[in-house]
Design a protein around this ligand. Structure first.
Ligand SMILES: *Cc1c(COP(=O)(O)O)cnc(C)c1O
Length: 229
């Protein structure tokens, strides 16, 4: 077994024991492999180990990998900050966008998604713990945004995405409460099934609080080189 296979198996085992501890079904949490800064051959190897969903933060880097790996059946997730002038590339090349935090961004993504593609899956990013420097809408804005974005034709609004400060486990509970609370604002509540929270360092706590998708980089691929962003 190679190293990527081993680390993936370890992460899957950690997800399963977190689910067991929380009394949740083992398949109720999806693993998103965060592959930013990793080169395409490393992603291909992780794919061979069984991974299908990959998360990328930097558009240009992601587009190069999407082209290089176009023969693989990868589900591409964009988890970085969404800039208004980049929405067309996101709408055309990704299956999921997690960092939507304004109506105008969602409208552009819906307009730019081709009718021949499946609807683009969206998570609304919420600044759940009031951080100064963080992206994400305010918790008070979520109900209105859910009501509006869930009407857009070429999107499927799947849920919320949060990146709380390290060790702030209360923020996971707050995100779960908000996730349950705003479901009734959704035009298609059956689409509302995703709570994207938890990373390498805190996936167990996130799963205990109700995460359905953990975004894991370091624990799968090892430490990343430092990159200014
Ligand atoms: C980099 C990143 C992750 C993964 O972080 P790790 O600590 O390496 O697991 C998850 N989510 C987002 C939004 C990221 O930018």
């Amino acid at each position: 077994m190679n190293m990527l296979q081993q680390s993936r198996n370890q992460v899957l085992a950690q997800i399963q024991s977190a689910c067991a501890l929380a009394g949740r079904e083992p398949d109720s949490v999806q693993l998103l492999a965060v592959s930013k800064t990793q080169p395409s051959p490393v992603l291909a190897e992780m794919y061979q180990a069984g991974q299908r969903a990959f998360g990328e933060n930097y558009l240009q880097e992601a587009l190069e990998k999407i082209t290089a790996l176009k023969d693989l059946d990868i589900e591409w997730h964009f988890i970085g900050h969404v800039q208004r002038n980049k929405t067309k590339h996101l709408a055309e090349n990704f299956a999921w966008v997690h960092g939507v935090d304004r109506l105008i961004i969602a409208e552009r993504l819906s307009n730019q998604r081709s009718d021949s593609q499946a609807a683009l899956n969206i998570c609304l990013q919420v600044n759940i713990d009031g951080q100064d420097s963080k992206d994400g809408c305010q918790p008070e804005e979520v109900a209105d945004l859910v009501a509006q974005i869930s009407q857009l034709p070429n999107l499927r609004l799947r849920g919320l995405m949060v990146i709380p400060a390290p060790e702030n486990t209360q923020a996971f509970a707050d995100a779960k409460a908000l996730f349950e609370e705003v479901k009734s604002q959704h035009a298609k509540p059956e689409d509302w099934d995703t709570l994207s929270m938890g990373m390498s360092a805190d996936m167990t706590e996130a799963i205990a609080a109700g995460s359905t998708m953990v975004r894991v980089g370091t624990a799968l691929f090892g430490a990343r080189p430092k990159k200014a962003d």
